[in-house]
Design a protein around this ligand. Structure first.
Ligand SMILES: [Zn+2]
Length: 244
């Protein structure tokens, strides 16, 4: 597997044909930074300033079984903000350098939380809440899956599709209020049919954004009911004012 930061000839040609742009401001990236960074130096400073306070990045979530890690604060409706631009990019553009960058940002927090939870490094699986079928058709990819795959490359832990959408999970969460979101989420997911047993397993549930937590709560409950020893929720962004 190719290592981060090294470029194949094919990638080099692609970079010359389609030079990468800064995800924050859209300016062309300096060539030396194009594969390792997604932000120009100016936007990178802003990204760093958007990181959550250290004590906010890792939260206990409801009980000792679950934990939540997130890298940056996210403000709904702030379209020009740097974290908001990056998450928009993840949802709508299928660019591997951006997923790789997001995974690298999340990785140290995951290492920290696993250490404090005393999780065995042997039985770790990465999974994700699958995107709605209509969104999958429209965008052509599943951003949470891509993020899970990027984290898998970094960590060596396998990605498994443990969750699936039910037929009733057709409503978009973002159009609903918190209560309706929770109700909709419970109906929208189930454990994939071929998953039998998760005992002794730590499941890392990856998503781009934590908003009300309705989706991730539902999915974490399903995983625990199926026997997972722990569920660690890992998101790149967390909506401010909803820390738990
Ligand atoms: Zn920029």
């Amino acid at each position: 597997m190719r290592k981060t930061g090294h470029m194949s000839v094919g990638q080099g040609v692609l970079m010359l044909l389609f030079p990468p742009k800064c995800v924050g401001c859209g300016e062309l990236m300096p060539l030396k930074d194009g594969m390792t960074h997604v932000f120009c130096p100016f936007c990178r400073t802003k990204w760093e300033a958007s990181r959550l306070d250290p004590q906010e990045r890792i939260l206990s979530w409801d009980d000792s079984v679950c934990g939540l890690v997130s890298v940056v604060g996210y403000t709904s409706g702030k379209a020009e903000g740097i974290p908001e631009r990056l998450i928009y990019h993840l949802k709508h553009k299928d660019e591997s350098r951006v997923f790789k960058y997001a995974a690298r940002e999340m990785w140290p927090l995951l290492c920290d939380i696993l250490q404090t939870r005393d999780a065995s490094q042997e039985n770790i699986l990465i999974t994700y809440p699958p995107r709605r079928r209509s969104a999958l058709v429209k965008e052509g990819f599943d951003q949470a899956r891509r993020l899970a795959e990027a984290l898998s490359k970094l960590s060596g832990w396998p990605v498994e599709t443990l969750l699936e959408r039910t037929l009733s999970g057709r409503r978009a969460q973002k159009k609903l209020n918190a209560e309706a979101r929770a109700e909709n989420a419970v109906k929208a997911y189930r454990i994939s049919r071929d998953v039998v047993e998760l005992s002794n397993t730590t499941v890392i549930l990856v998503d781009d954004l934590y908003t009300t937590g309705a989706t991730l709560r539902t999915c974490a409950d399903l995983l625990i009911e199926t026997g997972a020893a722990r569920v660690i929720l890992a998101t790149l962004g967390r909506t401010k004012h909803h820390s738990g």
